[in-house]
Design a protein around this ligand. Structure first.
Ligand code: HEM
Length: 206
């Protein structure tokens, strides 16, 4: 019974990492990328998101609660759970550990990012516009903090997609897992480019 429950929670953890958290991540980075086309474009896109109907319901059930569940169980998996030693290649074992390390870095990054954006805006201490991110990213320290945070998150998502496909029995054969390695590498490069590109624009205006 307890094993069944653990199986269910692990499956839910895996699913939430892709739907809705992974989808939200892509959507969030794509909206940020409007910054590359100029201040006005970003402000329009951000304001559209800010004025979506049922915004608080969406934020709570599509973003906040899934991330909270995934993060809490994620920390448990990293520090407490006993993982079955998987019989994968040397490369895959490394990916397995980096998945856990990037989970922790991503958690630190998300908490900080949330604090200085969504929470600051909610408390009336900041306004959601281009200059908010321009100010945040104005020091080299914060620039690199955001670069590391975003790359950690995109790696965690793309590599997580690979293990999601295994967990859900979608890629079973070694050949399909190899194809998935290349496909998720492409996902990593594309999503990272989108995320990093807007950070450079906010920080240096180029
Ligand atoms: C934007 C944020 C995040 C996204 C998009 C995301 C996405 C994913 C995905 C897709 C997986 C693969 C699921 C599977 O193995 O079947 C995963 C696994 C994992 N995530 Fe996250 N995650 C995020 C944040 C976090 C955070 C904050 C933590 C906290 C430490 C975390 C810890 C983990 C762990 C430990 C695993 C491995 C689970 C296992 O191998 O059984 N994740 N994540």
């Amino acid at each position: 019974m307890a094993e069944n429950r653990e199986f269910f929670y692990r499956r839910l953890h895996s699913l939430l990492g892709v739907i809705p958290i992974g989808i939200f991540l892509i959507q969030h980075l794509v909206v940020n990328h409007f910054a590359v086309y100029g201040e006005e474009s970003f402000n329009k896109a951000a304001s559209f998101m800010e004025h979506l109907p049922f915004r608080y319901v969406l934020e709570t059930f599509v973003i906040f609660l899934p991330i909270l569940f995934h993060a809490v169980l994620g920390v448990y998996i990293v520090f407490v759970a006993k993982n079955n030693v998987r019989r994968f290649s040397f490369f895959r074992n490394w990916m397995f550990y980096i998945q856990r390390i990037t989970g922790i870095i991503t958690l630190i990054f998300i908490v900080w990012h949330l604090w200085e954006t969504r929470i600051a805006i909610g408390m009336g201490n900041a306004e959601l516009d281009y200059s908010l991110m321009e100010d945040i990213l104005s020091t080299p320290f914060m620039f690199w903090f955001y670069i590391i945070g975003v790359v950690s998150t995109t790696f965690h998502f793309a590599n997580g997609l690979w293990s999601f496909l295994v967990s859900w029995g979608i890629t079973i054969t070694p050949r399909s897992q190899k194809i998935a390695t290349y496909a998720t590498l492409l996902v990593f490069l594309a999503v990272t480019y989108i995320g990093v590109r807007s950070i450079i624009k906010f920080a240096y205006g180029i």
